[in-house]
Design a protein around this ligand. Structure first.
Ligand code: SF4
Length: 637
């Protein structure tokens, strides 16, 4: 018996030491694949269906290897879950002496230096912000880790956090007067000396790009990188490998410079700083009436002159501040401005029509905008990153394959030398679930779709007795259905936007029979176990909008190469998104429920089969009566 077999066996160490341990063949297979990849210094790509227990399946071989391992996951919540729940459970069960740590982005730690500055000169803050600042200052004296989430009294969304946390460009690094007490420095040092470090994808990718001076890097010493929730890594890498220029960043710089001008009595700068702030606001007004993402070709012609004016004003300020840079604060502000100017220069240059490797685009938000220069392909860069760092990369997620093919995941990342494994869910979908493909619904873009969808939703809510997720691909459809459904059902209707996502999910869990309406944010990372969620209804196949500038540029590039963007890009992406949505239904061996897919193209189009083949095998029906019988069997409805 191999070491992994002994650990994961029905009478093995985990069974002996963990309450409710349940041996699963898929979990053992995954652990063996991870162990082999680490041992042989190879890469592995593993789709592990829901219920496999994939976290333990990679943690056990990672801990047993004795190597330096970086584990990266998608969100801070998942980081906390691995670090606070899963890692302690497994290290205790295995009696592992290894040193483990968690590292988050710098915005998650209080910056003592910026906090001291704000407390000394709290001008420009609202009454509420001043109150919150007082709370933060009190807590900053007693906290050991300095993680902002520890302080529940100040909401995560408060603008005060931006003033008392750091970014790469406003941190003074080793020149900081409180460097020795800095929480970011302490967290990074701990991470660098740990055997196992839990990070998030953004930090993992940014660490290879930013090379933060004086802070050390995480990856150079890593032997193994495990990327969990790996279906998200390509999109994040595309963003990190590109250049962004954000208006709010300039405005935050002005705010910091105003504070430093007050502290250092450089009142002559006030007028120039006000002028820059005014220009930033005017440039946003130049985009009035616009919102969302748009290609550079759609940007109003006059917008370029706003960018030129900003550039000129920022250049002038740089010269003035340079003369003050024997002061450590002004030196940092000068360097920061240099970085922002260099970024802006990319966008003030005329577009090079011959540059087919990048797409330039604009993202307009309520108060600001971000300029983007995004690479169309990232495979070479990602491949090099893998080669440079760590001998073994392991990618895992519940959703990586389309049918049995991993091409949609591996090709964009340039992964061509990995072991690929597809492990089925350990749940019994045949008995725990049912798939309904309703007949007679119009296509989702048809004007009558919302009416027909609402009628069906009403029947399903009545059949299941509630406990329903209605998942939409657009706010428009969500709102149309919410308006129609409101007075027609006697269950609590929880609608995205009514309250924060976490609170909405808590209310849903607590109610037990509620109906939740949500868009993409509820398709992923939502775990409602038990009968509170017993029906998932999806309005439309989740194809990304071809109006998105990056997707549209990728489609054009593929067409020019003679590839088929629909089959090679759009379809695989949509299949992965659908699998994520479907994955919300069965979260436990005791769960049961009906999945309802309302897009009639699943039947009418040839590609419908690709979607259906990628889902777990379930009994299929088009009849609401069968759905009623299903719930009667489970005594609900
Ligand atoms: S080193 Fe940077 S993050 Fe740390 S306290 Fe100083 S300025 Fe803040």
């Amino acid at each position: 018996m191999s070491e992994m077999e002994q650990i994961f066996a029905a009478d093995g160490i985990l069974a002996e030491r963990l309450a409710h341990y349940n041996p699963r063949s898929q979990q053992l297979s995954m652990a063996v694949s991870v162990e082999n990849a680490i041992h042989n210094k190879q890469h592995a790509v593993i789709e592990a269906g829901t219920g496999t227990g994939k976290t333990f399946a990679y943690l056990v071989p990672a801990l047993m290897s004795g190597k330096k391992v970086v584990i990266s996951t998608a969100t801070k919540t998942l980081q906390d879950q691995i670090f606070e729940k899963d890692l302690p459970t497994i290290t205790k069960a295995l009696g592992s002496p290894l040193k483990v740590s968690v590292l988050k982005g710098r915005r998650n730690y209080i910056c003592k230096h910026r906090l001291d500055n704000q407390v000394a000169l709290p001008s420009g803050l609202s009454t509420l912000e001043k109150k919150q600042l007082a709370h933060i200052a009190e807590w900053a004296v007693i906290t050991h880790k300095g993680e902002t989430t520890e302080l529940k009294e100040v909401p995560e969304t408060s603008p005060i956090w931006a003033q008392v946390t750091s970014t790469t460009d406003n941190c003074l690094g080793q020149a900081c007067p409180v460097y020795d007490k800095c929480h970011v420095v302490k967290a990074r040092k701990k991470a660098i000396t740990s055997d196992i470090v839990v990070v998030n994808h953004h930090l993992l990718l940014a660490d290879t790009r930013l090379k933060e001076e004086g802070f050390g890097e995480l990856l150079p010493d890593a032997d193994v990188v495990i990327v969990d929730e790996a279906h998200q890594i390509a999109e994040l890498a595309t963003s990190v490998f590109g250049t962004q220029w954000n208006l709010r960043r300039v405005q935050r710089w002005v705010k910091d410079a105003q504070l430093t001008a007050l502290q250092t009595q450089q009142h002559v700068l006030t007028r120039k700083l006000d002028e820059l702030l005014k220009l930033t606001r005017e440039s946003r007004l130049g985009l009035q009436g616009l919102s969302g993402n748009m290609p550079w070709s759609d940007v109003p012609k006059g917008f370029a002159s706003f960018l030129d004016e900003l550039h000129e004003c920022m250049s002038g300020l740089t010269e003035t501040i340079k003369a003050l840079s024997d002061d450590v604060e002004w030196e940092a502000l000068w360097k920061r401005m240099g970085g922002m100017l260099a970024g802006l220069e990319i966008f003030t240059k005329p577009l090079d029509d011959k540059d087919t490797a990048h797409i330039r685009w604009l993202d307009v938000s309520h108060y600001g905008y971000t300029l983007h220069d995004t690479p169309i392909e990232i495979s070479e860069e990602f491949k090099n990153l893998m080669k440079t760092y760590a001998s073994s990369w392991i990618f895992t997620s519940a959703t990586l394959a389309v049918g049995e093919s991993f091409k949609g995941f591996s090709e964009p990342l340039g992964i061509d030398d990995a072991e690929f494994s597809l492990l089925d869910s350990s749940f019994n979908y045949q008995s725990q679930s049912m798939l309904m493909l309703p007949k007679g619904l119009p296509e989702p873009n048809h004007p009558n779709f919302a009416v027909a969808f609402t009628d069906l939703a009403e029947d399903l809510i009545e059949a299941s007795g509630g406990g329903v997720f209605l998942l939409f691909t657009s706010y428009r459809m969500l709102n149309l259905v919410a308006d129609r459904l409101r007075d027609r059902i006697d269950k609590d209707l929880l609608i995205q936007g009514q309250m924060p996502r976490g609170a909405l999910l808590d209310a849903f869990r607590e109610d037990g029979d509620a109906v939740l309406l949500g868009t993409s944010t509820f398709w992923e990372g939502v775990d409602v176990q038990g009968s509170a969620l017993r029906c998932v209804v999806i309005d439309k196949l989740p194809f990304a909008s071809p109006g998105d500038p990056v997707l549209s540029a990728k489609i054009n590039a593929m067409r020019e190469r003679g590839d088929n963007p629909f089959m090679q890009l759009q379809l695989p992406q949509a299949v992965i998104s659908l699998k994520q949505g479907v994955g919300r239904l069965i979260r436990d061996e005791e769960d049961y429920g009906v999945l309802v897919l309302c897009d009639s193209r699943l039947r009418s189009k040839a590609y419908g089969k690709t979607f259906l083949k990628s889902l777990p095998t379930m009994p299929q029906t088009d009849s609401i009566e069968k759905v009623r019988s299903f719930y009667k069997f489970y005594d609900h409805g």
